[in-house]
Write a protein that binds this ligand. Sequence first.
Ligand code: ASP
Length: 362
Amino acid sequence: MFELKTRQATWAVLSLVWLVVLSATSVPAVGQDKPRVAVITTGGTIAQKIDPKTGQAVPTLGADQLLESVPGLKGIADIVVTEVANIDSRDMQPSQWLAIARAVAKAAADPAIAGVVVVHGTDTMEDTGYFLELTRHTDKPIVLTGSMRDASSPWPDGPLNLLNAVRQAADPRSAGRGVTLTLNGRIIAANAARKVDAGNIDTFDGGAWGWLGTVEGNKVYWRARPDRGQSFDLPGALPSVPVVMDYPGSTGALLDAAVANKAAGVVVVGYGIGNVSHPMYDAIARARAKGVPILVTSRVNRGQIRPAYGGEGGGASLQKLGAILSPINDPGKARIALMLALAEKAARDPAALTARLQRAGP
Ligand code: ASP
């Protein structure tokens, strides 16, 4: 009898302990059984509607309205939303990259957050995405998304893109794959993404990196886990680094003007494997004589820049001037890496800057 009572008491205590454990873990307050995703909104076409007076798209939806417009979103994650801006991304500024990166870092530091989604216009999404990739210090997924069709469209692509982005950010298998641009069901590394179509919803291309994965139906299918370069600390401010393009007939005057305007460094978009015209070579020589860092990229999207050609203007001659043949062959991305390297006060010596850019590059 005594034994029975002791056993009953033991069971009662064990059940109580079990109930306490359950209520503290697997039966949490309403809604907490879903992963939690931070959504940071900045605007873009996804948040725009047609102004009936002009017939043109303009920023309209605030962060909450944007989330409300996505059927099923709340079923897959608890959303914590922060509106950093509501602009067309043609107006995105480097100071806003810093604000977005701070918001991402803050969200990612919260142990309850599984991943972060950044809603952004597609025009400069690849710039913000690459900046976030170079400055991230987390393995949690950071997913940029937006849309090509505005929210007044009878067939908007925004709601499904946002749903897919949240699905990816909420999925534990998305960790350790860096910053991605996820639109049209395709997951593209921010290290490689480029907008390639002015109007089609299938607008981003991952170049040699292809797609890291896809979001199809209600599932994320991962196919690759990219290597990553060494990241940069987030600086307080970013230096001015303009981009100057070479073309038949260029005089080098635009590069001179950039130097006169106190550019901290300049990205030159040359030809082919990393060559420039004679007048541009002369302008680079003048800039280098003043100690201005010059990063040479190419208007050709694929392949690595190398010192393959001799003669003034050939890549080898540019290196002799102390210009850097960019390890990152994409003028927009090379510029961002140079801005971060210069903000870090890396030595202005070309060898040290090259090494820093190489470590950052894919
Ligand atoms: N102009 C728009 C933007 O970049 C284009 C888009 O979002 O698709 O904000």
